[in-house]
Design a protein around this ligand. Sequence first.
Ligand SMILES: Nc1ncnc2c1ncn2[C@@H]1O[C@H](COP(=O)(O)OP(=O)(O)OP(=O)(O)O)[C@@H](O)[C@H]1O
Length: 576
Amino acid sequence: MFKLRRYLAGHVAECVVAPLFKMLEALLQLLVPLVMAQVIDVGIANRDAGYVLAHGALLAGVGVFAWAISVTAQYFCSRLAAAFGTALRNDLFAHVLSLSREDVERLGRASLVTRLTNDTQQVQDGLNMFFRLILRSPFVTLGTVVAAFLVDGVEGAVLLVAVLVSFGLVMGFMRVTTGRYRQIQQGLDEVQLRVAENLEGVRVLRAFRQEDAERDAFAATAAAVRDRQVRTGDISALVNPLTYAAVNCGLIALLWFGGVRVNVGNLTQGQLVALVSYVSQALVELLKLTNLIVLLAKASACARRVNEVFDTRPTLADGPLEAEPAADAPALAFDDVCFAYPGAGGDALSHVSFSLAPGATLGVIGGTGSGKSTLASLAMRFYDVGSGAVTVGGQDVRELSRASLRGQVSLVEQGATLFSGTIASNLRWGRSDAGDDDLAAAVATAQASGVVEGKAGGLDAEVEQFGRNFSGGQRQRLTIARTLVRRPRVLVLDDASSALDFATDAALRRAIARDCAGTAVVTISQRVTAVRHADQILVLDGGRQVGLGTHEELLRSCPVYQEICASQLTEEEVVR
Ligand SMILES: Nc1ncnc2c1ncn2[C@@H]1O[C@H](COP(=O)(O)OP(=O)(O)OP(=O)(O)O)[C@@H](O)[C@H]1O
């Protein structure tokens, strides 16, 4: 947790005032038994009603004052913790966005959600209680011991032993439970993963009637978390009774020795009452300290998980250069590129080379798992190549800043995603300063005019979360339009028109060729019709490049392409 102290900078006043006020409250609390002893030994012993009433009024005044500073301190603590939590969450979110796909997959998407929400909340709650109690509880506990020593040395020693035993118990408990809280949070990651998977695939789940199986699997995951919580709870449940037992044993000893010492005249009755009051205060504070330690154990386990994310440096370092495409350089080129996914046995792409001139088109075709989407990911630099190089406008993508690269190359993937807002707000993700005319032009090119006109409000029509008030084909057209608004130099369409019918798909290709003359277009598809008119077609098979040429050239020279064509087209269509 200490590593997160940077989020307290700028809140020094609250950091100082809050614990100090709580300490002041504690100091006032420590004075009460001393006043009480005076009331008993002087006021009651002398039957002096005025003395008793005056001291009673003093105690009431102290109580009100202590209440006022306690409320003030808690206000500062809550404000501090809320500011800390907000800054922490914002930073963590920004950091997660800066990570590469590989980093995100390694940490786990579900785990990142838990860390961003539940873990940061636990750290915030821990911090809140920390500032409330960190000075107060030890101060009151130590203060009661010191005060007891001042009243009577023997009785002070008895209380000290009871406090030390309780404190030892609490610290031992913290050591044991921190690791367990970590395991509980990991269990929550698994719950989160199951929820996300099931909600995302709810239709498939229903279609395959897997509700019962998934309910059982969810119950098993939740039960595993419950078991971990119960095991940790069993230990936590022991701490309070053990603390009670230790302090109450101390109380018995204190009364035993105290009674003897009152009898022999070494202690007054008022002093014994004050000592008993100190033991009660010590007990209450030790219990609070125990709860604080429980919260801190949780918070520290969660802070470690949050720090793990911060310590994950993006594996893809941002390049230093801005894009300055050379006029005679290819818009996109792969030079003998090989790539393997982390932890995968073999290459997903091996020895792939092609060069795409500005304004030219490349079709990429191949069977399932042949490496087509991997090629798109490398063009976007979601991953770094294992060997060889990917260049954009003649510059190695590793040399370019991420923002600059994204300004040059845009990708539309099959799983078209829209975000809640309006059609216009979604389209302006492409370019925030785009005017309505730019949006309309992109919509027309993407064959999405009918989609926009069909919705009440046109460009201002509402888009629900994930764009679920649009069909799959409508979403695909709008995501293509969003990318066109950006006017990229290289446009990569990865199965981006799979939900479109053949006629619309063909119209889309013609419109892009007409309206985006300078844009190099890479069309990735399993459909021959989507790539056959490209200037070049790259054929992949098991990650290897087995053909590169025009439709006619490949029909003569590439058996894999011939096979794909034969499986999808009639003989007449192949040569048409
Ligand atoms: N994130 C990943 N981690 C590990 N292996 C992966 C990952 N993504 C893809 N692969 C593997 O890399 C290979 C190429 O996958 P890729 O997604 O590029 O194929 P594809 O040609 O686009 O397939 P499809 O047409 O089915 O979408 C496959 O063997 C796949 O299992």
